[in-house]
Design a protein around this ligand. Structure first.
Ligand SMILES: NC(=O)c1ccc[n+]([C@@H]2O[C@H](COP(=O)([O-])OP(=O)(O)OC[C@H]3O[C@@H](n4cnc5c(N)ncnc54)[C@H](O)[C@@H]3O)[C@@H](O)[C@H]2O)c1
Length: 254
């Protein structure tokens, strides 16, 4: 028995990083996973990994979820794949970093589209499907940068957008409660994904700068974020809505 047996879960950004791990963990917990990404090949690899692991997953790629029409199509395909939708896990994002005042108008707009438009569009189009099942769960991946300022690297767009994701979650929770929809945010600290591992290489000084604000002085493993998401998506978390969970090694505790 898995904690997500029988649930249909749309996970965005399943081509790699935390989204790929989420697909594996959710499928292991019994969910039927629909995973979408802008990268088709890597997304297909995730589908293969999940199936080889004995899980159930359908891939929907390539789709650019910052385009509302494509986001709508992904949701329709997802809801059709297993006859409905119970959980939306808004994980996909793209962003730019940069200091003030050099962070350009384009950098700003790209970051807002990548971090705010995607979860809004996907949730907006998924909402009626959740209501059609008598309710459901929306999990939004935000960031500790939505709660405290971040110096490494400078991140005005990222921090503002993620404060927005946390606010969006509260609002979804308020408006969704009468319809049986729960909405929860997870705010990770620095997470070591294959991409960040590759980018950082053996630059220990850079790694130390990034993890300095955590109390545990290390990066999170993707599983340490995703396991919480799986719990929040399950009926065991039935009384949790409107909350934002920091999974940041203590970074926001001081
Ligand atoms: N890695 C970290 O340290 C960290 C920290 C805090 C929050 N987060 C958040 O966690 C989430 C996952 O992070 P990650 O490190 O695994 O990221 P990642 O970049 O490895 O994965 C994001 C996925 O989203 C996909 N994607 C990007 N733009 C898309 C679009 N327009 N349409 C469809 N798919 C698109 C990418 O192709 C990619 O597969 C993101 O929301 C990120 O902001 C990450």
């Amino acid at each position: 028995m898995g904690t997500l047996d029988g649930k249909v879960v749309l996970i965005t950004g399943t081509a790699g990083g935390m989204g790929r791990v989420a697909a594996l963990v959710f499928a292991r917990e019994g969910a039927k996973v629909v995973g979408s990404d802008i990268q088709a090949e890597a997304n297909a690899e995730t589908v293969e990994l999940v199936r080889r692991d004995g899980g159930e997953m359908t891939g929907v790629a390539p789709f650019d979820l910052s385009d509302p029409e494509q986001a709508r199509q992904v949701v329709e395909v997802a809801a059709g794949a297993y006859g409905g939708l119970d959980v939306v896990y808004n994980n996909a994002a793209y962003l730019r970093f940069g200091p003030m005042p050099d962070f350009s108008v384009e950098d700003w707009r790209v970051t807002m589209a990548g971090e705010l438009d995607i979860p809004f569009f996907v949730s907006k189009f998924a909402w009626p499907h959740l209501v059609g099942r008598g309710g459901g769960v929306i999990i939004n991946v935000a960031s500790m940068a939505g709660m405290i300022a971040g110096a490494v690297p400078p991140m005005v767009g990222h921090s503002v957008a993620n404060a927005g994701v946390i606010a969006m979650t509260r609002q979804f929770a308020l408006e969704g409660a009468p319809q049986g929809i729960r909405a929860v945010a997870i705010s990770p600290g620095p997470v070591l994904t294959p991409a960040s591992e590759r980018d950082l290489g053996d630059d220990q000084a850079a790694r130390d700068r990034i993890t300095a604000k955590t109390l545990l002085k290390r990066f999170a493993h993707p599983e340490e974020i995703v396991e919480l998401a799986a719990f929040l998506a399950s009926d065991r978390a039935a009384y949790i809505t409107g909350a934002n969970y920091a999974v940041d090694g203590g970074a926001t505790a001081w």
